[in-house]
Design a protein around this ligand. Sequence first.
Ligand code: ATP
Ligand code: MG
Length: 580
Amino acid sequence: MSSVTKGAPIKGAVSASSATPVGKEESRVVSNFIRQIIDADNASGKHGGKVITRFPPEPNGYLHIGHAKSICLNFGLAKDYAGVCHLRFDDTNPVKEDIEYEESIKEMVQWLGFSFKDHLFYASDYFDTLYAFAQHFIERGLAYVDSQSAEEMRVNRGTLTEPGVDSPFRNRSAEESLRLFDEMKRGLHADGTHILRLKIDMASPNINLRDPAIYRIRHTGHHRTGNKWCVYPMYDYTHCISDALERITHSLCTLEFEAHRPLYDWVLERLVESGKLPAPNPQQIEFARLNLSYTVMSKRKLLELVEKGYVDGWDDPRFWTLAGLRRRGFTPASIRLFAERAGVSKAHQWIDMGDLERALRDDLDAVAARGMAVLDPIRVVIENYPEGQFEECSAPVHPHDESRGKRSFKFCREVFIERDDFMENPVKGFFRLVPGGEVRLRHAFIIKCERIEKDAEGNVTTIYASYDPATKSGTGGRNVKGAIHWVGKADGIQAEVRLYDRLFNVENPDAGEGDYKDYLNPHSLKLVRAWLEPSLASARPDQSYQFERNGYFTPDRKLSQPGALVFNRAVTLKDGWKPV
Ligand code: ATP
Ligand code: MG
């Protein structure tokens, strides 16, 4: 558990981005303890120089940013060592699993840029083998059917300080256990009446070795095996055998499985011993989970947020699910960059949300097309510019890449500027538009505020201005200190823009006294009606734009339509996010 207090800065939160060159994904390889193990294995020839890793999700939820770390690590190592990485669905719990989850997991792994074409596996494909191996364990006197109730089993398991107590069924003959196991399989017994356990050591200081359950009765259909089975193998038993059957060399998992490793090895060693599996066994290696500030990672909590409608589905753009991040406008490259910077270690890892946002900016700055959009428009009438006329203006699609050409838009009598680019009573150091003052409309002319009009409440409704025709951008005329973005009414388009704040208003929603949901931020979504320059009319989801001075935006893949665009702001331009 983390020692983070709610609202307080997270101790030990690392900002790993400083050492990284901006604007491109790292290509240099940073060594870590897992690479050192692989290098040593390659040097000794342990696995014949092969590297086969796997990403083994349970299809019981959508992938989140923590999974992305594991995906990038497993697929990344396979790539760097010219090996392969398997995508394996750990689909042993028919009650919680669903084809919808499976499909979304496949889609997201591919979206991240990884291929599992000929390396897609399912634990359920091993059900026959797992069953046969279980019979083998019974025959060797290494497993037995236990008929205690769940409550008796729980009590007899002991505690961290007290050894467990042998089940009265522990010395059941192999014949009897085999018969009962067969009856369990044939559906003759109800859920919970019998369970198959390994016979290891009820007094072991490691609770995982106190005769762990490996098969239970579940009269439930499975989304892949249908009604074939009513006994299902448990996770620990399935996982190590699946790894071994696929000849995984390095089985990477998160730290909470460290105490399960002796069980992993116990099962595999016995199967190798009796010639059921070839040596050497895969090596389980544990690394620290990724935790991200302002989020919760538990699948149960993510499901609750979805089911109770706190978010708008699994792909809500405020969510740190990969589907949500994609919809928000995060790119695969930015997530790979983030995972790379987060690194791998055995120490508890809290990463600041700002690091994820920085990775996106670092990716997009070099690639995103530019555009102007006014998010909180105020009308400016340029009185010395004739009605019905316009002046063609242009700007580069990308300021550092001329080959991408130019975008154009029309300067005209009526334009929109950002409400907070005008101040009636300016504070010191405000260089934008003020009464009687001048400002440059980017890529166009200098204008001067002549007078303003207000409504009954005193809000400015229209700014009346004049322009200086001798100041068109690029013609070498005079300049002024401030330059602001704008959109002309002649060719501007209107769109809905969604501005997001963090979903929680404390850094660690799990560490507070109350329920994590008490810390939901009620102001995490703000909709605005914006004016956009015409080049943005052709924007499509999966394309990112920098709206000058406002951040990075992308059309919403669910809601945006040609002619009725809806943009999400993925991230602001500067670090140090401020509430919207
Ligand atoms: P649960 O097992 O409780 O359903 P889980 O988050 O472990 O949840 P899995 O589907 O088992 O979900 O995860 C697949 C893989 O992703 C596992 O190998 C797991 O170790 C890894 N993983 C999950 N969460 C994180 C995280 N926050 N950081 C790094 N790796 C993670
Ligand atoms: Mg898991």
